[in-house]
Design a protein. Structure first.
Length: 156
């Protein structure tokens, strides 16, 4: 919410001091399909393994056929606590596939986040944290309705 200026001026002999500060943030875990269907879970704090496990357990309730969930290699996805759930999820028909390391370009969730940050959010959405939070909620609740991405099929 605080802009970063790439330039500045200063009085001769006076150092420029920039004090870091943590902004409020919205933490979401999203499960996205290429046909513009999204399920998101909002965390009140940081996203940790316990939050992910609860979110995926909730997601499993709605499965009606075997499903593959593709995840990156975030530390919370590779924790012992999270890994301990893989077999239980497989019994429910959910299979976890981990992307190769350093391949965010293969993660469609990253495409949705990029579109939200650079196209769907407008400058005015950053005027207040409450407005920003409302807009993020609107975007991810309306994926497939007002916010769509056309993914091209690869012919290999």
């Amino acid at each position: 919410m605080n802009p970063c200026l790439p330039y500045a001026w200063q009085a001769k002999g006076k150092p420029i001091e920039i004090f870091p500060q943590r902004d409020k943030k919205v933490n979401l875990f999203g499960i996205f399909r290429p046909d513009n269907v999204a399920v998101t879970y909002q965390a009140s704090g940081n996203i940790d393994s316990e939050f992910l496990i609860r979110s995926i357990d909730d997601f499993c309730q709605y499965l009606d056929k075997p499903t593959v969930l593709v995840l990156d290699n975030a530390p919370t996805h590779r924790s012992k606590k999270f890994s301990g759930q893989l077999e239980r999820w497989q019994e429910k028909g959910l299979y976890i596939f981990f992307l190769p390391r350093y391949s965010p370009h293969l993660n469609i969730a990253e495409t949705y986040w990029r579109k939200a940050k650079y196209e769907w959010l407008k400058a005015s959405d950053y005027f207040s944290f409450a407005k920003y939070k409302r807009k993020i909620k609107e975007i991810f609740n309306k994926i497939g309705i007002d916010y769509k991405i056309v993914f091209k099929e690869l012919n290999v």
